[in-house]
Design a binder for this molecule. Structure first.
Ligand code: SF4
Length: 123
């Protein structure tokens, strides 16, 4: 049975309108202006993924919370579990941009990393 899905490609700012037709194992993407859109359309139709941005509690830092994000996209169905694991974390300052805060979050093979450097608070 054929199924058709429509997406806006977010792989670049052009935002092409993609039409993805799924017929068994055959996936046809049209409307893409480049091969990145082809890959995006296939993935979005079969295994959509997202980067997860969030914050964690930061102790002893100049800010109370540390902004973090996954360093790669995780399956959309895992986002709630990833957010719960991120929510449990407490980090001690100082933290450097790119520091790994959670290794292999929820077994996805993706790490959660700091997106900002934050020094210790001066007393
Ligand atoms: S299909 Fe290519 S050109 Fe169009 S939005 Fe996606 S990445 Fe950009």
């Amino acid at each position: 049975m054929k199924e058709t899905k429509e997406f806006v490609c977010i792989a670049c700012p052009v935002g092409c309108n993609l039409n993805v037709e799924i017929d068994g194992d055959e996936i046809t993407v049209t409307g893409n202006n480049c091969k990145n859109g082809l890959a995006y359309g296939r993935e979005e139709a079969t295994n959509p993924k997202r980067i997860v941005p969030s914050t964690v509690v930061l102790e002893g830092g100049k800010l109370k919370r540390l902004p973090v994000k996954t360093n790669d996209a995780v399956p959309k169905g895992m986002i709630f579990d990833v957010m719960k694991e991120i929510d449990r974390v407490r980090v001690k300052a100082p933290v450097k941009l790119g520091d790994i805060i959670i290794n292999d979050v929820c077994g996805t093979g993706v790490d959660v990393v700091a997106t900002k450097s934050i020094d210790e608070i001066d007393y």
